[in-house]
Design a protein around this ligand. Structure first.
Ligand code: SF4
Ligand code: SF4
Length: 220
């Protein structure tokens, strides 16, 4: 899932305070799971902005709403009236959703309420951790299912480096060394021989070297 964190309130207020009308617009998929950008958070943020506007003596009509996903056209049907009538939109989606609305509503200012931070998972203690950087050429099949791109601080493909100590990364004692995790997992899989194989130089051209990437589903 895509993980995001709400921007500081003062930064959000600074972006929107000059408008006379604003819609705070939630996205109910990834950023709702991390409780930063769903309908509930849109409602809370809209209330905080209304209070701030009252404190400052500003007349801003602030509505709130949301849809299931701000990155797919069909979901926008239910919010057409709301968005058509909006002078400005404060999107609670990730950066993809913000850009998607901006492209759909060319003359409407669209502001990001979140900082999009990473692609990650959610643990049982609601800890969100980065697990993938969408490098475009997945190597998990040879690294015991541990991603060296997102989990090794140096993005090493033949680790560990000399700084690995007692299973921790030299960058921080809080961080597991990704390559220790790779070794542990390969051992558990009975595939430690794989660790001895040198990984070839990674083809980074499948990352972002050629500009924004795209993929077309044929037949649709
Ligand atoms: S190797 Fe690339 S695609 Fe695979 S999990 Fe890591 S960043 Fe994502
Ligand atoms: S200690 Fe491990 S995780 Fe940290 S940079 Fe070195 S190989 Fe990567």
């Amino acid at each position: 899932m895509i993980v995001g964190e709400q921007k500081p309130f003062e930064e959000i207020w600074g972006m929107v305070k000059d408008h006379k009308q604003l819609t705070v617009f939630g996205c109910n998929t990834c950023v709702a799971v991390c409780q930063q950008g769903g309908n509930k958070e849109a409602e809370i943020l809209a209330s905080l902005l209304r209070m701030r506007a009252t404190q400052e003596g500003l007349e801003i009509e602030i509505k709130n709403g949301g849809i299931e996903r701000q990155c797919e056209h069909p979901f926008f049907e239910s919010a057409k009236d709301l968005l058509d009538q909006s002078e400005a939109v404060l999107s609670m989606a990730c950066g993809i959703g913000v850009q998607f609305i901006a492209a759909k509503y060319m003359s409407t200012p669209v502001y990001p309420a979140l900082n999009t931070t990473f692609l990650g998972d959610v643990q049982t203690d609601w800890n969100f951790t980065e697990k993938c950087q969408a490098c475009g050429d997945c190597v998990l099949g040879t690294t015991g299912g541990i991603c060296p791109v997102s989990r090794c601080c140096k993005r090493l493909f033949n680790g560990p480096c000399g700084g690995s100590s007692k299973g921790k990364c030299e960058i921080s004692k809080e961080l597991d060394c990704a390559w220790q995790l790779v070794v542990d997992r390969l051992e558990a899989l009975g595939k430690l021989d794989d660790y001895e194989k040198l990984a070839p130089v990674k083809d980074w051209s499948k990352d972002r070297a050629g500009g924004p990437r795209s993929f077309k589903l044929e037949g649709f």
